[in-house]
Design a protein. Structure first.
Length: 291
């Protein structure tokens, strides 16, 4: 097996609920959430180079056209730089090509997943040998969700999202729809009307339906397309927002049921909403192709 090039799936995630339980003196919010990994995501293709250049490219022309993907200061490049610095391999180089499928600013964890996969893949390509814990410590400096993807397990999360307890959830299929808007997480978390004192709960409370998303009301007030998506999907299931939005999801017992609802999006809706169906997974053995 060659170790000069690797291809990885970077999975999306859902927040099945999100409670803000407090605010720390440093400004970070304490929270509780339940992360559900999905079998759907971006793909990163990484190839070693003969020089120390770290380059990021995209096979998604629309992203480049809209300047929505900063190729020179992306989380992917930041992760590569951080790993190279921590390992001392200052001359290591790589060419990374991103196939982007996870919508940006949607609460699906695309940026964090891409950064996590970058750390995992380069740890192999550069033969560094760091443990998952070491990679998570590097990733946490870049984003609170990154350790989730390095651990590759659906998990109950506390702290700022970095204290993870792996969980096994019942098999579910999810329909995820994303309105044509990008949400500023900083705007939501800094909003004066955001609830910041939700009581801590247990898994039993979540399973009994006593959980919600503290960011949902603020987000749908500030971003009407999110409210519209919630209303549409609520007619077909229990619609919830993931993270700080903008994506909305509902769970179904099987793939066919989820796809039947996706097919009901009116012909005009693609201008407003994009959707996909994915299976919730408890753990991922990161599959990769070596060339």
């Amino acid at each position: 097996m060659s170790s000069r090039a690797l291809s990885f799936l970077a999975p999306a995630k859902l927040n099945l609920f999100l409670h803000i339980t407090g605010r720390r003196p440093d400004g970070y919010h304490e929270l509780q959430t339940l992360f559900q990994l999905l079998d759907y995501g971006d793909r990163l293709n990484l190839e070693l180079t003969t020089d120390k250049t770290l380059s990021l490219h995209s096979s998604s022309p629309q992203l480049l056209l809209d300047n929505n993907l900063p190729l020179d200061n992306n989380l992917i490049i930041k992760a590569a730089r951080a790993l190279r610095s921590a390992s001392g391999q200052t001359d290591a180089g790589v060419k990374i090509t991103l196939e982007k499928r996870i919508p940006m600013g949607a609460g699906l964890g695309g940026g964090s997943a891409d950064a996590a996969i970058t750390l995992i893949a380069l740890n192999r390509l550069w033969h560094i040998g760091f443990s998952d814990l070491q990679l998570s410590e590097i990733g946490l400096q870049l984003g609170a969700d990154i350790p989730l993807f390095i651990g590759a397990r659906s998990a109950w999360a506390e702290g700022i999202g970095e204290i993870l307890t792996p969980v096994d959830l019942p098999t579910s299929w999810y329909l995820v729809i994303t309105p044509n808007c990008s949400i500023s997480t900083a705007e939501i978390f800094s909003h004066e009307q955001l609830t910041r004192d939700s009581p801590a709960i247990k898994m039993a409370d979540f399973l009994a339906g006593r959980a919600h998303n503290d960011c949902e009301n603020i987000t749908k007030q500030l971003y009407p397309p999110v409210n519209e998506a919630l209303q549409w999907l609520s007619a077909h299931g229990k619609a919830r927002m993931t993270g700080t939005g903008s994506s909305i999801f509902a769970s179904f017992e099987d793939e066919a049921s989820a796809r039947a609802v996706l097919a009901k999006l009116p012909a005009a809706m693609p201008e407003k909403f994009k959707g996909f169906v994915a299976k919730g997974v408890n753990s991922l053995e990161y599959e990769y192709n070596a060339t």
